[in-house]
Design a binder for this molecule. Structure first.
Ligand SMILES: C[S@@+](CC[C@H](N)C(=O)[O-])C[C@H]1O[C@@H](n2cnc3c(N)ncnc32)[C@H](O)[C@@H]1O
Length: 235
């Protein structure tokens, strides 16, 4: 496995962004990893991959087991993003894989003048979006973003890119780099060691690209993704 420092020098290609946990305010979940590993079947996985009702509001064996809004999820995290990236009041922010728009909703409470846009592949999620932001959300695929170059002050994508096949992940990461003026942050399924890899294997349903953190960094460098990043580790 190729080892990469978290920053690659200019001479080696584009500089990688920062490996930084901007999700450290997000509440910790209690995940039934062993149970899912033992009980999930090919049928559960196929249902999860549809990103419909079963994934969001079905059982824990096919996804979230209920994806509901609560301010404790995003209130502190959107503050963290705003502060870290020093966002202007009227910043333009894109959430790739916005689901029901919960994070954007909380950005809207914090920054009422911000221009907020979400994109998601799930018709179900958009149809059940938080009404206050429903008009800001678009149906689409992360691999091709329908936006101008450098048109967002910040692009965020949480736990979404890994749902694409590896070649499409690279397309999506390049798209995020293209539409962001400067700042981007992605969080993806990853592992550092065999123990984390086993837990991820038990927990994962629909993700198509789940890899060692160094392989993610190599992918970022290869496709010119220069934004920041952090890892979803199954715990
Ligand atoms: C684990 S959920 C994360 C939702 C939200 N970002 C969050 O953190 O609560 C993954 C999301 O990615 C969306 N998704 C999956 N594949 C996608 C694709 N190719 N393009 C855009 N969205 C996608 C799903 O519909 C789902 O809303």
């Amino acid at each position: 496995m190729m080892k990469l420092d978290s920053r690659v020098g200019e001479a080696d290609g584009p500089t990688l962004g920062q490996e930084i946990n901007l999700m450290d305010c997000y509440p910790k979940a209690n995940r039934p990893i062993t149970e899912r590993g033992q009980k999930s079947t090919a049928e559960h996985i196929a249902l999860a991959a549809q990103f419909g009702k079963d994934y969001f509001d079905g059982s824990r064996l096919t996804g979230y087991g209920g994806y509901h809004y609560h301010p404790r999820f995003w209130t502190d995290t959107v503050r963290r993003f705003r502060h870290h990236y020093d966002l202007a009041d009227d910043a333009r922010i894109l959430d790739v894989g916005c689901a029901k728009g919960f994070m954007l909703h909380d950005f809207g409470l914090l920054m009422p003048k911000a221009d907020l846009v979400g994109l998601d592949i799930s018709e179900y999620a958009l149809a059940h979006a938080k009404p206050e932001v429903a008009d800001n959300l678009l149906l689409g695929n992360a691999r091709s973003l329908p936006f101008e170059d450098k048109s967002f002050d910040l692009v965020i994508s949480i736990n979404t890119i890994h749902n694409l096949e590896p070649d499409e992940c690279e397309m999506a990461l390049a798209e995020i780099a293209r539409v962001s003026k400067q700042h981007a942050f992605v969080m993806v399924d990853a592992w550092h060691n065999d123990e984390e890899k086993q837990r991820m294997t038990d927990w994962n349903l629909q993700a198509r690209t789940v890899q060692h953190v160094d392989d993610w960094k190599s992918m970022f460098a290869r496709c010119g993704y220069t934004g920041d990043y952090w890892w979803f580790i199954a715990t």
